[in-house]
Ligand binder design. Structure first.
Ligand SMILES: CC(C)(COP(=O)(O)OP(=O)(O)OC[C@H]1O[C@@H](n2cnc3c(N)ncnc32)[C@H](O)[C@@H]1OP(=O)(O)O)[C@@H](O)C(=O)NCCC(=O)NCCS
Length: 254
């Protein structure tokens, strides 16, 4: 498994680096925020796939790598018109995006999920509505130990982990977020990753990893477990990245 983060500032000018099929989706996005996020996820995805497969990262050559979507919304990779033999998950938040690449072969679909969040204010209603009782107890304990910061960091961390888990299941937020219960460890490794486990309501579990880089929380979930992903070259450093909301200057395109 491998990962890369990219910042909005890295997106190449123009649209030559996306494919006609990706362009068709861009053309349907009339809100600047949605369009910018879609392009940012495409750029991170292409850089992640190119680095994983050893392909050219020149913007002129990136349109051969496509990040398309199943009817569920789940992404898949096409290279030179053929479906790529690797799994992928995409996520973005506040001007940064992450691409996680996973295994190929029989494991090439529905094995990895990634979600990026920032530490931001979360209400009691949010915690009561979207989390299971053990998760609520964890968030309350974090507030008891570290005040409002502990509350916000833990609520956003568990939220991110749920989204990563729901992406592995290929359902996203169509599902009730309480079908998963997330358990996180705070034993952070030298490479910044700490382990977590996601318990599904049907009794199955899958493992994952989380990290805090500056204002960002990144979680990744694997259906089959394994070590944390390796960092691919050529990306941005989340630890020093700031929240960017460039769309505010021009919210709509038409
Ligand atoms: C998955 C989901 C929870 C992510 O929302 P989010 O946290 O706001 O956004 P993120 O940036 O973290 O993730 C977005 C990416 O999740 C991926 N994704 C979307 N649906 C997914 C699914 N069912 N399974 C796995 N991944 C999914 C996509 O790659 C998407 O980026 P893309 O559209 O540019 O390819 C949300 O998009 C969702 O619930 N989708 C399912 C329902 C839906 O609206 N489907 C649309 C059908 S086209």
């Amino acid at each position: 498994m491998q990962w890369i983060a990219c910042g909005e500032y890295q997106i190449p000018p123009g649209l030559d680096w996306i494919s006609p099929r990706e362009r068709a989706r861009v053309d349907r996005l009339t809100f600047t925020k949605r369009r910018t996020e879609y392009l940012l996820r495409r750029y991170a995805g292409k850089r992640g796939v190119a680095a994983t497969l050893g392909l050219d990262v020149d913007p002129q050559r990136l349109s051969r790598i496509e990040l398309l979507n199943r009817p569920s919304g789940a992404p898949y990779v096409v290279v030179d018109g053929r479906e790529g033999d690797l799994d992928v998950s995409l996520t973005d938040r506040a001007g940064s995006a992450v691409c996680l690449t996973g295994p190929g072969g029989a494991l090439a679909s529905g094995t990895v999920g990634a979600d990026l969040e920032i530490v931001e204010k979360r209400s009691e209603y949010f915690v009561n509505d979207y989390f299971t009782l053990p998760e609520q107890a964890y968030i309350h304990a974090q507030r008891d130990a570290a005040g409002q910061d502990g509350w916000d960091a833990s609520a956003n961390l568990l939220w991110s982990a749920k989204e990563a888990g729901l992406k592995v299941l290929r359902v996203g937020l169509k599902a009730d977020t309480r079908i998963l219960t997330v358990h996180v460890s705070h034993e952070v490794r030298a490479d910044g990753w700490a382990p977590m486990e996601i318990e599904v309501i049907d009794g199955s579990t899958f493992t994952g990893w989380w990290r805090r880089d500056g204002i960002f929380l990144l979680t990744i979930a694997y259906r089959y477990g394994g070590p944390p992903p390796d960092l691919l070259p050529g990306g941005a450093d989340l630890a020093t990245s700031q929240a960017v909301h460039s769309w505010l200057a021009n919210p709509t395109l038409r």
